[in-house]
Write a protein that binds this ligand. Structure first.
Ligand SMILES: C[S@@+](CC[C@H](N)C(=O)[O-])C[C@H]1O[C@@H](n2cnc3c(N)ncnc32)[C@H](O)[C@@H]1O
Length: 434
C-alpha cells in the first residue's frame, strides 16, 4: 500500500472536519480519504460504480459523488438511513428552507409567555426519562416545538433537511456528557448550560446550507447516480443486479460488541421513533447483522453454523467451532456471562452471506475492500481479517491481501481485568477474477 498515513482511516476523525460528512457524528464511520484513495487506486473514473453494503452515514457514497462516481448503498439501521439520504441530496430548495426556518422562529417565539412550570409539564408528558435527563426543560421545550412543526411540512426534501439538522444538533445542546457513543445523563456538560435550542438549531441549519452550497460550487458540475436502500445487505438479489459494481468499499460492524442500536437511542427517543428498550430491539437490533451480545436471545434455535457455511468453509469452521465451544465454557466462569460464543457464530454466518452477495454484485476483474478489526472476547483471539479473507476465497474470490492500518487495544494493557492480546485494524482486499 502507498506510503500515506493510514492510522486514522478506520475512524471518523477526517469526516468530522469536512463539509457535509460532519453533520452526523457516527462513531462507527471511517475516513472519506480512505474511500477516495481506494477509488484512485482501483482506477475508477467518472461513470464507474461503487457499492457499500454497510453504508452507515454514507461516507463511501458521498466520496463517490464528489468524484462523479455512481454508487449503490444498503443500510439496515432505519434511523441512520435518512441522514445519508439527506447528505446525498444537494438539490435542496434554499428559499423554502429559509421560509420554514422563519416560520419555526415565529412558532417558538409565540410560546414565550408560557410559564416555566407549564413547559416542564409539557416536556415531561412528551419524552422518556433519558431525554428529560439530557436537556434543560426550557431547551427541550423549544426543541419539541421545532420537532412538531417539522412533522407537518409538506415538501419531503425540506422536511428531511430540517429534521436531519435537528437530530444532528441534539448532542451539541444536551447538558449531559453525551460522549461518543455513550451518554452519561448524570454528568453535566457546563458548556451547554447557556445554549438555547432555537439559536443552536438555526446555526446548525445555516452551517448545513453553507456546506451544500460549497459542495455544489466544487462538485456541482459532476453528474452521478446514487441508489441507496434501507434494507439488509445479506441478500440484495431483489434490489441490486449481478455484476453492477466496479468496486466495493465498506466497513462491516466489527466483532467487538458495539451496539449500533443503542448508539442512536437518545435521538430515536427524541424524534419518537422509539420509546423503550423493546422498541429499539424490534426496530433496529433485529435488522442488523450479529455484532453485539444485546442482539442474542440464547433460547433462539438459530445459533448454529449454517449448513452452507460448514460445507464451503471446512477449515474455518473447525477453528471457529473450537473458539465458540471455548467461549461457551468461559462465559460460565464470568460475572457478566456474555454470549460471546453465539456472537462469534452469528457474526461469521452473516459475514459469509454478505461476502457471497458482494461477489455476485462485483464485475469480473474488480476488488472488494473491507476495513475491519479483529477481537479477543474473554481473551480468545478471533483473527477476523484472516478469516474473512479465507472465507472470501472459499466462496469464489481469487486471492486476498491484508494491509494493517494500526494496532489497537494498548490503552488497556495495565488493566488486569482485560486480555493482553494485541489487536489490529486492517483492510482486507478480495480480488475477483471472472
Ligand atoms: C462500521 S458501520 C459503517 C459506517 C460507514 N462506513 C460510515 O462511514 O458511516 C457498519 C454499518 O453496518 C450497518 N449494518 C449492520 N447490519 C446490516 C445489514 N444487515 N445490512 C446493511 N447494513 C447493516 C450498521 O447499522 C452500521 O451503520
Amino acid at each position: 500500500m502507498d506510503n500515506i498515513d493510514m492510522q486514522e482511516w478506520g475512524t471518523f476523525k477526517d469526516c468530522l472536519k469536512a463539509p457535509i460528512y460532519r453533520w452526523f457524528t457516527y462513531p462507527a464511520g471511517f475516513s472519506f480519504k480512505a474511500a477516495m484513495h481506494s477509488f484512485d487506486q482501483e482506477k475508477l473514473v467518472k461513470g464507474s460504480t461503487v457499492y457499500d453494503p454497510f453504508m452507515g452515514s454514507g461516507t463511501t457514497n458521498l466520496a463517490a459523488k464528489t468524484m462523479g462516481i455512481n454508487s449503490y448503498g444498503v443500510e439496515a439501521h432505519p434511523f441512520v438511513f435518512p441522514i445519508t439520504k439527506c447528505k446525498l441530496n444537494w438539490n435542496i430548495n434554499i428559499d423554502k428552507v429559509y421560509t420554514e426556518l422563519h416560520n419555526i422562529k415565529i412558532k417558538v417565539r409565540q410560546t414565550i409567555n408560557i410559564s416555566d412550570e407549564k413547559k416542564k409539564a409539557i416536556v415531561e408528558q412528551s419524552f422518556p426519562e433519558l431525554v428529560l435527563k439530557c436537556f434543560l426543560p426550557n431547551t427541550l421545550f423549544e426543541l419539541l416545538i421545532i420537532r412538531d412543526y417539522i412533522r407537518d411540512i409538506v415538501d419531503e426534501d425540506v422536511k428531511l433537511f430540517l429534521n436531519t439538522g435537528l437530530i444532528c444538533c441534539l448532542r451539541e445542546v444536551s447538558i449531559a456528557a453525551t460522549g461518543w457513543p455513550y451518554i452519561a445523563p448524570n454528568k453535566i456538560k457546563i458548556t451547554s448550560l447557556s445554549k438555547d435550542g432555537l439559536g443552536s438549531y438555526i446555526n446548525f441549519i445555516t452551517k448545513m446550507l453553507d456546506d451544500v452550497h460549497y459542495f455544489n460550487f466544487l462538485y456541482g458540475d459532476l453528474t452521478s447516480e446514487h441508489h441507496i436502500f434501507l434494507g439488509d445487505s445479506r441478500d440484495t438479489t431483489n434490489i441490486i443486479p449481478a455484476e453492477t459494481a466496479d468496486h466495493i468499499f465498506t466497513s462491516p460492524p466489527y466483532l467487538n460488541n458495539f451496539d449500533y442500536a443503542d448508539r442512536t437511542r437518545l435521538e430515536m427517543y427524541f424524534i419518537g421513533d422509539a420509546n423503550c428498550w423493546a422498541d429499539i430491539c424490534n426496530n433496529v437490533r433485529t435488522k442488523l447483522i450479529t455484532s453485539a451480545t444485546t442482539q442474542i436471545n440464547r433460547k433462539d434455535e438459530k445459533w448454529q453454523f449454517s449448513k452452507d457455511f460448514i460445507t464451503d468453509n471446512p477449515e474455518e469452521y473447525i477453528f471457529l467451532k473450537d473458539a465458540v465451544e471455548n467461549l461457551g465454557e468461559l462465559r460460565l466462569t464470568k460475572g457478566g456471562k456474555k454470549s460471546y460464543d453465539f456472537l462469534v457464530l452469528g457474526y461469521f454466518n452473516d459475514l459469509y452471506k454478505i461476502l457471497k452477495d458482494n461477489y455476485r454484485i462485483l464485475k469480473p476483474n474488480t476488488t472488494a475492500k473491507y476495513i475491519l478489526g479483529d477481537s479477543a472476547p474473554y481473551g480468545v483471539h478471533i483473527p477476523t481479517d484472516e478469516l474473512i479473507a479465507k472465507i472470501g476465497c472459499n466462496i469464489g474470490f481469487d486471492s486476498y491481501r491484508i494491509d494493517v492500518l494500526r494496532t489497537r487495544g494498548d490503552k488497556w494493557k495495565e488493566n488486569p481485568q482485560r486480555h493482553n492480546v494485541k489487536l489490529r485494524e486492517s483492510i482486507v482486499t478480495l480480488f475477483k477474477k471472472n
